[in-house]
Each structure stands twice: as structure tokens, then as C-alpha cells.
Design a binder for this molecule. Sequence first.
Ligand SMILES: CC(C)(COP(=O)(O)OP(=O)(O)OC[C@H]1O[C@@H](n2cnc3c(N)ncnc32)[C@H](O)[C@@H]1OP(=O)(O)O)[C@@H](O)C(=O)NCCC(=O)NCCS
Length: 169
Amino acid sequence: MFRLEPGNLSSAKFLEELVGLERATFKKNDSWADGELEQMAKKRNCIIVVARLAVDGKLCGYVLCTSTGLNVHVSKIAVRADCRRQGIARGLMQAVLRTAANQRRSSSSTLHVALDNEAAVQLYRSLGYKEDGLLEDYYTPGRHAYKMICDLEPYKGAAEEGSLAGRKR
Ligand SMILES: CC(C)(COP(=O)(O)OP(=O)(O)OC[C@H]1O[C@@H](n2cnc3c(N)ncnc32)[C@H](O)[C@@H]1OP(=O)(O)O)[C@@H](O)C(=O)NCCC(=O)NCCS
């Protein structure tokens, strides 16, 4: 069981937790743990939703997006390794896309994902994202990314169960 809530960026403890999960999830080359994550998170157009375990309130996942004009770009999503395949990433993504569609009036969402990241590609497809091109050598030479895009019309007019407050599974 987990609950979803907006990231509390005014709390130093929260930023510490966020950076801790980032460091534990991503290899050095892909990690934003050395300042980038904190810098991104403090931008006005950034939307962060986090998941906490119901049992102890510990951070078990987060998604970070940037809204620009009518688009919201998903920059990062991570779920604690021992909490995966429980629907946490799906819950985070649905919550952030509903927030973007309804509070920021976003009509589309984009993201970049490594071709070999099967878990993430499947997650995004299941949420309505479609491939929208290939970015060759995007991460490192030989490591390509898909550009993906999703129409946010289905996420507009969020149902009550989609709101962040009190969401549980
Ligand atoms: C990708 C990631 C966020 C998925 O988190 P998760 O909480 O385990 O995902 P969910 O349980 O919500 O899964 C939702 C759907 O995604 C797909 N999926 C998730 N993990 C998968 C896996 N290992 N293999 C194949 N499909 C997978 C499935 O379609 C799944 O639905 P199902 O369980 O009904 O089959 C997680 O694996 C992760 O943190 N990976 C490392 C960081 C990363 O790669 N982030 C993305 C790039 S920035």
C-alpha cells in the first residue's frame, strides 16, 4: 500500500530523500544526484509527485516533470527496487499527467527513454505513449532513445479517485 502526494520542496529532508532515491536508482552517468535534481525540482514549471509507503511513510517513488506551454515533459521516474511491480510507477504517472492536464492545461506529454529499458517502455505504452522518433546516441555512443508522446485528452477532468489527496492502493 502506498499514498501519493506532491513533493514538498521547501523541506530539506524531502530533498535529501529524493536525492537518496535518485542515487540508489541510477548509475553515475544517468544520475542527477549531484545537484541537477535539486536544481530542476526548484524550477517553477516543475511538477513532482512522490509515493510513500503507507506502513512507514518512507519515500518509495517519484516522478519529475517540466511543463512548458501546452506540453509536459517527463524527465525522471524512479521506484525503489524492492517496491517494484506493485503499480507505484503507474500511479505516479497517472497522477502527474492528471495534474498537468487539469492544473497546467497541458494537452500533450513527451519523454525520452532508452530503447533497452523494457520496464519503462512498457509502462509508458500502457499509459498511452507512442513512439515519435529515435534519438541516436542520445545517452552515450550506441545507446539510443525513443522519443515518445501521449495525448492528454483522456487525463482531463480528473475523476475524484485520480486526485492526489488520499489516494491509496
Ligand atoms: C520503470 C519503473 C519506474 C517501473 O516502476 P514500477 O512501480 O515497478 O512499475 P509498475 O508496477 O507501476 O508497472 C506498470 C506497468 O509497467 C510495465 N512494467 C513495469 N516493470 C516492468 C518490467 N520489469 N518488465 C516489463 N514491464 C514492466 C508493465 O506493463 C506494468 O504493468 P503490469 O504490472 O500490470 O504488467 C521502475 O522499474 C524503475 O524505477 N526503474 C529504474 C529507473 C528507470 O528506469 N526509470 C525510467 C527512465 S527515467
